[in-house]
Ligand binder design. Structure first.
Ligand code: ADP
Ligand code: ZN
Length: 724
């Protein structure tokens, strides 16, 4: 056909909608193609979209500008395009913002080719400088581009170039399109126990039938959920298809890789934010070409362009880390199910403490529930005891009550490991001046600065602002006057060291396990019994399997219950049940001590008696009565500005334009609990609606006609998890 081809493109410029372009003769640009298009004097990235599905401009045909280039990557397939469209629609996000999450490696879009990387040669330098010494030390075993090596080594590229000239570094040409070793589905095949085998068979048959089916794999901690869903992974591999496994945190990846390798003979491809650019490029392209068979990743892996996806697994599916709270505010658990739906493949949500929403879907028959009721190999669930802090108050400035101290002493004597859980990083949550009472506050956020003794700083956990602890009070000038109030994990670790001088104590938080390598090192140390007591935040509550760990102590079970948010009780239950699940996973029985001031609270009682069903049933009823999710639909509108008055006025303007819809309740605007965040003043509105209400449509119609000053940001959070 001789006439011109018109294509509608999502252009990667947030302010614009879709634009039409002309495809020049000889260029192939079907829907999903990644293209470069002109925009004014600039060239920008675009994504060719299905014309019928996107309103575009009415630009006359003869004025259309030509697509400049179709990039050398396979067009995004229809199921991924539908997913992008669905997310934009459901989460009220610009299409370009969602699409950008799929095009998550700019290097990958430019095609394959070779990259020059460098590595140490092992030569000894003739002239040693401190910087060279540092580089030789830190670059051991590394191979990367100059820029990446400079970052790893903490030296300038100039230093490295000098080392290259001296023969201390050598170049290596690598093909960015080299495939990954293929996992072997039959490398080792475990004998599955009865219930495991039944659950596996159902998942395998859905994989083989290539049929959309969400599964809720609901098994107590240590029941072998991983082992069981690995059979479904094997089935997908047998039929030559790809698998995506989502984990809530990178820190869990290290343990997962080892297990995967033991089962399939090679590690899977990883995808997370700390990958080097060259690794991202290779992974993205191999996912698109089908050479990456199994990808394990953080929530952003959901938008990778799989060539032939056969299965999605979301492990620890109840985790709130799957909810993204900035940019496009999506819940990866829900998006995973939608991707499975569009791809026509099964989705496995694995958890020992499923989200109430997931259980509700199972009850409604939308998800198929597979239950593993007991621990594998006869291991017993740990014995749980409550320590009533109102009766057994630790001394001032101490946080471990007598029974916990005794249990720790006992384990140390027997050479067994213990884990203390407190969901608070740093040394103390609040620091003040003993003399004048001055409290250290973040200048950018309504939050206290948290003292970190290990790294000697006062830090804001919201914006990252940090200062060294000052020698004198900034208010009254008194020297050496700082007092720590309340405990953080570092302070608990100090208390343990004082009580048990011989104990080897490890603090485990996102500060200490910042990279997969650090996590792997921790796992190796714990498995090698080089650690006696682990003191950690929620990071250590899940995934880890340490057979010698027989005691878990929960320092403050009441902490999470304060905030009064919708999921406070559920979250407390999940966290404590998960951390309790770390105890007694091997041959020796485990014990859990829960310190609380409210031993009669429903959550604590349910944990102590191990009656999960009763707890969930009561929670479900409470939510149903309150019309809260999953029985009602909630959404939040967050209005912010650097100027307090501007934020308040904007929030009032939005509030003033509130729609009057039956079954829709709109609360606020009110100052957000975190009323200042990263220098922006914040107001919130909450929309609580009947399940049948079309919340997105209502909000869209409400906000569309409002004009906001340029300094005001209005964010919509559908199904919010955070109420600060
Ligand atoms: P979960 O994920 O449910 O907490 P895991 O999959 O970590 O449980 O299993 C707990 C432990 O039991 C692991 O060490 C795992 O390798 C082992 N295990 C579970 N099922 C089997 C099986 N069928 N054969 C051999 N070992 C198993
Ligand atoms: Zn801050």
């Amino acid at each position: 056909m001789g006439y011109m081809t018109r294509v509608r493109c999502i252009v990667f410029n947030a302010a614009l909608g879709a634009l039409d372009y002309r495809v020049p003769e000889g260029m192939d640009a079907p829907p999903g193609s990644v293209v470069v298009v002109p925009l004014g004097p600039r060239q920008i990235l675009g994504l060719v979209w299905d014309e019928g599905e996107l309103p575009g401009d009415q630009y006359p045909e003869h004025k259309l500008r030509a697509v400049l280039e179709a990039l050398p990557v396979p067009p995004l397939a229809a199921p991924l395009r539908r997913l992008i469209g669905w997310c934009a629609d459901y989460y009220l996000a610009p299409l370009a913002a969602v699409a950008r999450m799929a095009l998550s490696s700019s290097a990958a879009l430019k095609g394959g080719g070779t990259v020059t990387e460098y590595r140490l040669t092992g030569e000894e330098p003739a002239r040693m400088t401190p910087q060279r010494l540092q580089a030789l030390d830190l670059l051991h075993g590394e191979q990367a581009t100059m820029r990446e090596l400079a970052e790893i080594a903490g030296v300038s590229e100039g230093v490295l170039r000098g080392m290259l000239g001296q023969g201390l570094l050598e170049p290596v040409l690598v093909d960015s399109d080299r495939p990954y070793p293929a996992p072997d589905p039959r490398f080792t095949q475990p004998d599955l126990a009865g219930e495991q085998a039944e659950a596996a068979a159902e998942m395998v048959s859905a994989v083989e039938a290539r049929r959309f089916q969400p599964f809720l794999l609901d098994g107590v901690t240590g029941s072998g959920k991983t082992e069981t869903y690995f059979e479904a992974v094997a089935a997908a591999l047998e039929s030559g298809r790809q698998v995506l496994v989502l984990l809530p945190e990178i820190a869990l990846t290290a343990a997962f890789l080892g297990r995967f390798e033991a089962r399939f003979g090679t590690v899977p491809v990883t995808w997370h934010s700390s990958l080097k650019a060259s690794e991202r490029r290779r992974a993205w392209r191999q996912v698109a070409f089908g050479g990456a068979k199994v990808v394990v990743g953080a929530r952003s892996a959901l938008f990778l362009p799989f060539a032939d996806l056969g299965l999605i697994v979301v492990d620890e599916a109840h985790e709130i880390a799957f909810k993204q709270d900035d940019g496009v505010r999506y819940n990866a658990r829900d998006v995973a199910v939608m991707r499975g739906h569009f791809e026509g493949v099964p989705v496995v949500l694995a958890s020992a403490t499923p989200a109430l929403e997931s259980l509700q879907m199972a009850d409604a028959g939308r998800y198929r529930r597979l239950v593993l009721p007991s621990r594998f190999g006869g291991a017993q669930l740990p014995r749980i005891e409550v320590v009533n802090l109102t009766e057994m108050q630790p001394a001032r400035g101490r946080w471990l009550a007598q029974p916990l101290v005794e249990a720790l002493t006992d384990r140390l004597g027997k050479g067994e490991q213990s884990l203390l859980f407190l969901n608070r990083r740093g040394y103390a949550p609040l620091t003040l001046c003993r003399h004048c009472g001055f409290r250290f506050k973040c200048p950018n956020c309504s939050a206290w600065l948290v003292e970190h003794r290990l790294s000697q700083r006062l830090a804001c956990h919201h914006c990252g602002h940090e200062v060294p602890p000052p020698p004198v009070c900034p208010e009254c000038g008194e020297p050496d006057c700082l007092v720590a109030c309340g405990p953080g994990v570092e302070r608990i670790a100090d208390e343990v060291r004082e009580l048990l001088p011989g104990a080897r104590v490890a603090v485990v938080t996102s500060d200490t396990l910042a990279s997969p390598a650090a996590a792997a090192e921790f796992v190796a140390q714990a498995e090698g019994k080089a650690i006696d007591v682990i003191v950690g935040t929620q990071l250590v509550t899940k995934g880890f399997h340490f057979p010698e760990l027989t005691l878990v102590g929960v320092i403050d079970a009441d902490m999470g219950l304060d905030g009064g948010d919708l999921r406070a009780a559920e979250r407390t239950y999940q966290q404590i049940a998960q951390v309790a699940g770390r105890a007694g996973r091997g041959a020796k029985p485990g014990e859990v001590l829960i310190q609380t001031r409210h031993p009669k609270a429903a959550v604590i009682a349910a944990l102590a008696s191990g009656d999960r069903d009763a707890f969930y049933a009561a929670e479900t009823e409470a939510r149903r009565e309150a019309g809260a999710p999953p029985f009602g639909r909630w959404a939040a509108i967050i209005v912010s500005s650097e100027d307090e008055a501007e934020a308040r006025d904007a929030a009032r303007a939005i509030g003033g334009a509130r729609p009057d819809e039956p079954g829709v309740l709109i609360l606020g605007p009110a100052p957000a609990p975190l009323s200042l965040l990263r220098g922006r003043h914040r107001y919130r509105l909450l929309i609580a609606a009947r399940r049948s209400a079309e919340v997105q449509k209502i909000i869209r119609a409400w906000l569309a006609p409002l004009r906001m000053p340029p300094g005001v940001r209005v964010a919509v959070d559908i199904d919010p998890y955070s109420f600060v």
